[in-house]
Ligand binder design. Structure first.
Ligand SMILES: Nc1ncnc2c1ncn2[C@@H]1O[C@H](COP(=O)(O)OP(=O)(O)OP(=O)(O)O)[C@@H](O)[C@H]1O
Ligand SMILES: [Mg+2]
Length: 370
């Protein structure tokens, strides 16, 4: 089966790496002019002239990037199966749509308002109370297109800096930790769930994901499973879906956002789970049985950002697995990740610290359970 992938970055690369053992071939369609997958058949299509050729090569289509024009994905759906569907993209690429769906399914979220002017933004900040986070409703990633507002008097400045016609304003959540749940739904409606991960972000960028969490109440995992199952079923979804959540002091969960694809907070599954998120995504979209999502051991993913450091030193750490993306160094750019495993969380955290010490500019890891 030849799988067409919209987007040609590291997520597509890792999909291909997981798909070759299954006998899959991959054709990537890159619309940015800057593909980094470095694997498979990469078609660069900056002027939308090569879609017909792409479609003639592939049996089914998936994507590694949800900020795609919905009409383009709908047009592709006329010719080839697309999983997850264009409807999933339409909802997940727009924070207003996403929050409306969470509301409809009774999945709790931070209090929010939608605004279309600096004046409305200021009014929303007064209503919600400071601090708030203002975010563009579309096009955001890695914390871009966002501003934290601590005083209503700064609303106009935030409006100008984000420079987008429509914003969502959210109450700033005083969370104990950020977590995510990744689940996979097959073509037959079967759903499997990965153990939730604790995610450490610095300046809006994910740095560490650890799973399973040593102190996670089984009831909390079950609640997250229920939330994501409701989303999967509502969207008649096929493939991997990720839901990012905030966990409050009382253990309760608030949904932040979702991504209709394999996710950085699931990279630990490449070495730490029985079946990786990439393999399970490919199994799901091809109608194959889904694989076991259990963690083999406490695992942590460490992102390598901006500078690669010395890969050989990283590999001196026992049971460290380095996954490089073949991209050039640039501040803030995700270049690789290291997966670490250990029999106990204590030993794992020690390895994570040793790994962080070898990465230029890596923030010191501090997990909620320490
Ligand atoms: N309402 C909020 N309260 C507290 N912190 C928040 C809130 N919204 C966002 N943040 C912080 O900012 C980070 C990035 O926000 P969000 O996930 O919405 O943006 P993003 O740009 O889509 O990120 P990514 O695509 O990398 O997941 C969150 O992981 C969290 O650390
Ligand atoms: Mg996020």
């Amino acid at each position: 089966m030849n799988i067409g992938v919209l987007g040609a970055g590291q997520l597509g690369r890792m999909l291909a790496l997981a798909g070759y053992p299954l006998g899959n071939r991959f054709t990537f369609l890159d619309t940015t002019g800057n593909p980094s997958a470095g694997i498979g058949d990469v078609m660069v299509d900056t002027d939308q002239q090569h879609l017909t050729e792409f479609l003639s090569k592939v049996d089914l289509v998936t994507y590694e990037f949800e900020h795609l024009p919905v009409p383009l994905v709908q047009a592709i759906e006329e010719h080839k199966p697309v999983h997850p569907s264009s409807e999933a993209i339409r909802v997940c690429q727009n924070r207003a749509e996403e929050k409306a769906l969470f509301d409809r399914l009774a999945i709790p979220t931070p209090a929010y308002r939608l605004v279309e002017s600096a004046e409305a933004l200021e009014a929303a900040v007064r209503e919600l109370g400071t601090p708030v986070v203002a975010k563009s409703v579309t096009d955001g990633y890695d914390g871009k297109g966002q501003a934290v507002i601590k005083d209503p008097a700064n609303a106009a400045e935030a409006w100008r800096s984000i420079n987008h016609p429509r914003l969502i304003v959210e109450a700033f959540v005083d969370f104990v930790r950020e977590v995510s749940i990744i689940a996979v739904r097959g073509r037959d409606g079967q759903v499997v769930f990965y153990p939730m991960a604790e995610n450490l972000h610095v300046d809006g960028i994910l740095r560490y994901s650890l799973a399973p969490m040593p102190d996670l109440d089984a009831a909390v995992q079950q609640t997250a499973d229920e939330y994501i199952r409701a989303l999967l079923d509502e969207l008649d979804y096929v493939g991997v879906l990720t839901l990012e959540l905030f966990q409050a002091r009382d253990g309760s969960l608030l949904a932040n956002e979702m991504a209709p694809r394999v996710h950085n907070s699931g990279h630990w599954t490449m070495d730490g789970a029985v079946t990786s998120q990439f393999e399970n995504h490919l199994r799901a979209i091809q109608g194959l049985p889904l694989g076991d999502t259990a963690a083999r051991m406490p695992s942590c993913m460490v992102n390598v950002i901006g500078q690669e450091g010395e890969p050989a030193r990283l590999l001196e750490i026992e049971d460290a697995h380095l996954h490089r993306y073949g991209k050039g160094e640039r501040p803030g750019r995700k270049l690789a990740h290291v997966n670490l495993m250990a029999p106990t969380h204590e030993a794992l955290v020690e390895k994570v610290r040793a790994c962080a010490a070898l990465l230029p500019g890596a923030p010191a890891p501090r997990f909620s359970f320490e």
